[in-house]
Design a binder for this molecule. Structure first.
Ligand code: NAD
Length: 458
C-alpha cells in the first residue's frame, strides 16, 4: 500500500498521509460508479436537481473548513481559498439549475416527429491539477453529475485533501453511494488507470500540455470523449491610450495571484512603446506592495509555491544573468517561497517570454502598434486567455478578435466565471467547460425519428 505525504508548502510540515489508489481500486470504483449512475440517471430531473442543491448547501455549511484545508495543503491565502470553496458551491448550484433545462429539440421533418435527447455518458473521469484543487474538481464534477453521470475524481498527489472532503460532504448531503468517488494517487498509476479503463466514457483532464497530449492519444484508442484544459502563457496588452495607472495597479494581481501558478496568469505584459518606461515606473511600486507571507493571514495576497520541485523550476527561468528589472520580497526560512520578479528581456523569443513558468515571474516587452501587439500576443503555442487595456472601443474589439485565445478581458483581468464558457485555443486545450454548454459536454445527442404516417388507417 503506497502512502503519500501531503506537505504544507508554507511550513514544509506534513499535513496528512493519504493512501494512493491502485489500478484494482480504480476497477472497483468504476463498477460501483456504473451501478450508482443507472439509478441516478433514472431519477426525475427535479429530484436530481434537488439533491445537487443539497450538496451545494452542504458545501456552503463547510466553506471555512474547506478553505482552511486548501490553505494547509496548497499554501493559498485564506481569502483566495474562501473564494475557491465558494466557487465549488456556486458550480453545484449552477449545474443544479441546468438539470431541468437540459432540453432536446424538435426538428421539422417530413412524415413524422423528429426529436433529440441529451443522454448521459455513464462514468466520467475527472483528473485535476494542484493549482486550483477545489474549483477545477467542481468544474468537471458538478455538470457531469447534473447531466446524469457518475464521477471518479483523481486529484493531484500534492493536493488530495479538499477533493476527499468534498466527496464526504456529498455523501453526507445524500448523494448516492458510489456516484461521486475520489481516487487519490499518482497520475501514472491511478490517473492512467482511469484513462485506460473501458468503463470510463469520458476524461476531463486539467493539467500540463505534455500530459494532456499523452491522455488524448490514449483516449483515441477507444474514441473516448476527452476535454483538455492545458497550459497558458497569456498576454496583458497595454495600449498608450489606456488608463495607465489602473492598468499598472491591476497588473501584479494578474500574474501574482496564486503565486503565478495559474493557467490564466497574465505573465507576458506587452506595452506600447511610447508608454513603456512610464508603465514600468508605475508597475514597480505596485509589485513591491503585493503582500507576501503567511497564507492564514487575511491580509496576505501571495503565498509560497506548491513544492520544492516547482521552486527549482521557477528558479531555472531566472538565472544570475537574467534581465531582472525589479523584484519583490519573499520570507526566508522554511517553505517554498519565491519573490515576485519582473524581467525585461531583449527578445520576445526569450524562454521566459514564451514558456509557461507557473511562478510569480512576468516579462514586459514593447510593441509598436495594433498589428504588432496581436502578432506578439499570438507568438506562443498557447491560447488560453489575455487582457487588453485601451480606451478605444473599436480597438478593444479588433484586438479581441485578433488574439487567438479562449478567454479575453478588456480593461480587466477577469475572464473566468462559472456561467461563461472557459477553454483554450491551440495547445491550451480542447473543448469548453463552464457556461451554458457545461452540461451538454457530458452527454451524447441522440436523434429519434417517429414515423407518424406508418399506421395511418384512413
Ligand atoms: P500535470 O499535468 O503534471 O498533472 C495534472 C494531473 O494529471 C494530476 O492529477 C496528475 O497526477 C495527473 N497525471 C499526471 N500524469 C498522468 C498520466 N500519465 N495519466 C493520467 N493522469 C496523469 O499538471 P500539474 O503540474 O498538476 O498542473 C499544472 C498544469 O496545469 C499547468 O500546465 C497549468 O497551466 C495547467 N492548468 C490548466 C488549467 C486550464 O483550465 N487550462 C487550469 C489549471 C491548471
Amino acid at each position: 500500500m503506497q502512502e503519500n505525504r501531503v506537505i504544507n508548502p508554507a511550513t514544509e510540515e506534513v499535513v496528512a498521509t493519504v493512501t494512493a489508489s491502485t489500478p484494482s481500486d480504480v476497477d472497483a470504483a468504476v463498477a460501483r460508479a456504473a451501478r450508482a449512475q443507472r439509478s441516478w440517471a433514472a431519477l426525475a430531473p427535479a429530484d436530481r436537481a434537488r439533491q445537487l442543491r443539497r450538496f451545494a448547501a452542504a458545501v456552503d455549511d463547510h466553506l471555512e473548513e474547506l478553505a482552511l484545508l486548501e490553505v494547509a495543503e496548497a499554501g493559498h491565502p485564506i481569502g483566495n481559498a474562501r473564494w475557491e470553496a465558494g466557487n465549488a458551491r456556486d458550480l453545484l448550484e449552477y449545474a443544479a439549475g441546468g438539470v431541468e433545462r437540459l432540453n432536446g429539440s424538435q426538428i421539422p421533418v417530413a412524415g413524422g416527429l423528429n426529436v433529440t435527447f441529451h443522454e448521459p455518458l455513464g462514468v466520467v473521469g475527472v483528473i485535476a491539477p494542484w493549482n486550483f484543487p477545489m474549483p477545477i474538481a467542481a468544474w468537471g464534477t458538478a455538470p457531469a453529475l447534473a447531466a446524469g453521470n457518475a464521477v471518479l475524481l483523481k486529484p493531484a498527489d500534492l493536493t488530495p485533501l479538499t477533493a476527499l472532503r468534498l466527496a464526504e460532504i456529498g455523501l453526507e448531503s445524500g448523494l448516492p453511494e458510489g456516484l461521486f468517488q475520489v481516487l487519490p494517487g499518482a497520475g501514472r498509476v491511478a490517473g492512467n488507470a482511469l484513462v485506460e479503463h473501458p468503463g470510463v466514457a469520458k476524461v476531463v483532464f486539467t493539467g500540463s500540455t505534455a500530459v494532456g497530449k499523452q491522455i488524448m492519444a490514449k483516449c483515441a484508442d477507444r474514441v473516448k470523449r476527452v476535454t483538455l484544459e492545458l497550459g497558458g502563457k497569456n498576454p496583458n496588452i497595454v495600449f498608450a491610450d489606456a488608463h495607465l495607472e489602473r492598468a499598472a495597479a491591476s497588473a501584479p494581481g494578474s500574474f501574482l495571484d496564486n503565486t503565478g501558478q495559474d493557467c490564466c496568469a497574465r505573465s507576458r505584459i506587452l506595452v506600447q512603446r511610447g508608454v513603456f518606461d512610464r508603465f514600468l515606473e508605475l508597475l514597480e511600486p505596485a509589485v513591491k506592495a503585493f503582500r507576501v507571507g503567511d497564507p492564514a493571514d487575511p491580509a496576505t495576497e501571495m503565498g509560497p509555491l506548491i513544492s520544492a520541485e516547482q521552486l527549482e523550476r521557477v528558479r531555472g527561468y531566472v538565472p544570475d544573468d537574467a534581465p531582472v528589472a525589479f523584484r519583490g520580497d519573499a520570507p526566508a526560512g522554511k517553505g517554498f517561497w519565491y519573490p515576485a520578479t519582473v524581467l525585461t528581456p531583449d527578445s520576445p523569443d526569450h524562454p521566459a517570454a514564451v514558456e509557461e513558468i507557473f511562478g510569480p515571474v512576468a516579462v514586459v516587452l514593447p510593441f509598436d502598434d495594433e498589428e504588432d501587439a496581436i502578432r506578439l500576443a499570438n507568438g506562443t503555442d498557447y491560447g488560453l486567455s489575455g487582457s487588453i487595456w485601451t480606451r478605444d472601443t473599436g480597438r478593444a474589439v479588433r484586438v479581441s478578435r485578433g488574439v487567438a485565445a479562449g478567454n479575453l478581458s478588456v480593461n480587466s483581468h477577469s475572464s473566468v466565471r462559472y456561467s461563461t464558457p472557459f477553454g483554450g485555443f491551440g495547445q491550451s486545450g480542447l473543448g469548453r467547460e463552464l457556461g451554458p454548454g457545461a452540461l451538454t459536454a457530458f452527454t451524447e445527442t441522440k436523434n429519434v425519428f417517429i414515423d407518424t404516417e406508418e399506421q395511418r388507417s384512413d
